[in-house]
Ligand binder design. Structure first.
Ligand code: C2E
Ligand code: CA
Ligand code: CA
Ligand code: CA
Length: 275
């Protein structure tokens, strides 16, 4: 064996092994983490181009006693694989609904929170019953809770899931397609599904080659004008510069979420800064 090759195999095995160990540990830590409320909700504002805050997306963070702050990229997939995700999502949804209830008592009834729904949640629980039960428990205005579902979840779903999305809308929730344009069936999704919001995938703003940026911008332009025709609102996610906001505003986008305005931040900080 070539020495470099052997070394790279060893490295590869090492990485997989370390990942597996880490994953096992995170899964093992889950019950206690949920019980001790180590998971917390961060909020990232959604803004108009003029900087008015309209609402926020709820994004989970794990305040791990030994490892410090852990980001969803390190645990969501593992929890999806192991069937734990629905318990985490239910917990985060409840935090979001509690926060909305508080805001509404304080007179901020116009603000919304978007929560993420994993494809896997549909396998492990009745998502509709879970969410409507929370809304009834805390008596919030349903239209202030937005439900983010990826197009993969919609297109790989059964007829039952498509029905559920109809039911969500009839109940008064707003349904958003997350990461729009990243999958293989974006336009089929639009044809088959009635939704309220398209959240454009960040990938269009990050091209690997600079010469592709112009193409990417044409696609964005097309998606934005198409959503106007279909009566959908558009959120552009991942905006990091003023130039992006200016360009997209010229194309007709009104709502933005991205580091240009703010990273996801703890709720207390969000309230201090924006309310
Ligand atoms: P997502 O739903 O597409 O959320 C957007 C992600 O992009 C967030 O990463 C956010 O911090 C990041 N982001 C926002 N603006 C910018 C920007 O301007 N530049 C860059 N580079 N990134 C930006 P985060 O919080 O690490 O979450 C990653 C993914 O994990 C989410 O992607 C979502 O798929 C999943 N996730 C997060 N929280 C939850 C949750 O409570 N439940 C479920 N099921 N999934 C979640
Ligand atoms: Ca999302
Ligand atoms: Ca997204
Ligand atoms: Ca995503």
């Amino acid at each position: 064996l070539n020495e470099n090759y052997a070394r790279s195999i060893a490295y590869y095995n090492d990485t997989i092994l370390n990942n597996t160990i880490l994953e096992k540990q995170l899964v093992g830590d889950f019950d206690q983490a949920l019980k001790e409320k180590q998971f917390c909700m961060y909020l990232q504002p959604q803004m108009t181009s003029e900087g008015k805050m309209l609402g926020a997306e709820a994004l989970v963070r794990w305040q791990h006693p030994k490892r410090g702050l852990i980001f969803p990229g390190d645990f969501i997939e593992v929890f999806e694989k192991t069937g734990l995700i629905y318990r985490l999502d239910r917990f985060i949804w409840e935090l979001a609904v509690q926060k909305l209830a508080r805001w509404q008592q304080e007179g901020h009834s116009d603000l919304y929170i978007s929560v993420n729904i994993s494809t896997k949640d549909f396998y492990y629980m009745n998502v509709y019953e879970t969410i409507t039960a929370l809304v009834e428990k805390y008596r919030i205005i349903p239209s202030t809770l937005k439900l983010e579902i990826t197009e993969t979840a919609i297109m790989t779903g059964t007829a039952g899931e498509l029905d559920m999305i109809e039911q969500f809308r009839e109940y008064g929730f707003q349904v958003e397609i997350d990461d729009f344009g990243s999958g293989y069936s974006s336009f089929n999704t639009l044809k088959d599904m009635d939704v309220d919001v398209l959240k454009i995938d960040m990938g269009f703003l990050r091209t690997s080659k600079p010469e592709n940026l112009e193409k990417s911008m044409s696609i964005l332009n097309m998606i934005i004008s198409l959503s106007k025709t279909l009566g959908l609102s558009v959120v552009t996610e991942g905006v990091e510069t003023k130039e992006q906001v200016v360009k997209l505003t010229q194309m007709g986008c009104r709502i933005y979420q991205g580091y240009y305005f703010s990273k996801p931040i703890p709720v207390e900080e969000f309230e201090k800064r924006y309310m």
